[in-house]
Design a protein around this ligand. Sequence first.
Ligand code: F6P
Length: 324
Amino acid sequence: MKKIGVFTSGGDSPGMNACIRAVVRTALYYNLEVVGIRRGYQGLIDDELVPMHSHSVSNIMQLGGTILRTARSEDFMTVEGRRKAYENLKKSGIEGVVAIGGDGTFRGASVFMEEYPDVRFVGCPGTIDNDLYGTDFTIGYDTAINTAMSAIDNIKDTANAHDRLFFVEVMGRDAGFIALRAGISTGAEAILIPESKTDIDSLIEKLKNGYENKKTSCIVVVAEGDEAGGAFKVAEEVKRRGFSNYEIKVSILGHIQRGGRPTAMERFRASQMGMAAVEALMDGKKGVMIGIVHKDITYTPFDQATKHNLELNPKLLKMVEILS
Ligand code: F6P
């Protein structure tokens, strides 16, 4: 193998830049040419390829976002779009691609490799949601939970000052990982996640108990994908059922969770995974996502990595019950 490409695709996440840097520097170390593909699959279709040198990735480790930019490409969903992408890959002589992204990115790569088996993709898990099999942590998750934690700490200050109940909505799409970790780390009174059934009556019971035990404020962390609805909907329902011990407020954290300086662990893991991805391509691997499980590098086939029935550790749910 002489030349590889690297791109970021789907939602950006903090740590993607550290991963890009590791891919570029590892490729150069092994005397491979390396090309940055801008805006993910869309850039591949539109031929937005840029040669990468060691200095192209200087000073980017500490930055959120992605220097290669990103996109969710509609064109790549079409046969015609994928044909263009293939032609551009062939024209440029790229033999292997490191795709940094989430489940949509790996599903796209699988379809592409079925149509064009001579193309090799290896993935690095880049998403704040942590919703991929085959890795303990995705790139972006640690930073996102730290950002959510700081925001909730701030909300707690004002909630306490006013005797208020806050419903704080965090991201995570269909998964509750961000909610669970951020909620436990901030001592939230309750955490509502899609992986466990939300019972509004028990929630009210719990909030009433807190009030009777002289809690001066309450935080309920709501995962955006919770089946009971987002924070506004749950707050409305709690009000509708007559709960009035605290004044109720809602805060949606939104995209602040997607940006910011990556944490040390994020940079470290992203670097490990980026390096492992290049080495995997050189070893002839394809169609696998690099992960880290119990500190070891793992290789999970794309179709397994993207299964959407991840389970949360039930002990963590119990922990919320005991500690809040
Ligand atoms: O997958 C990452 C994520 O931030 C989810 O948590 C969220 O549901 C979604 O992307 C938001 O997407 P967008 O940035 O397109 O609004």
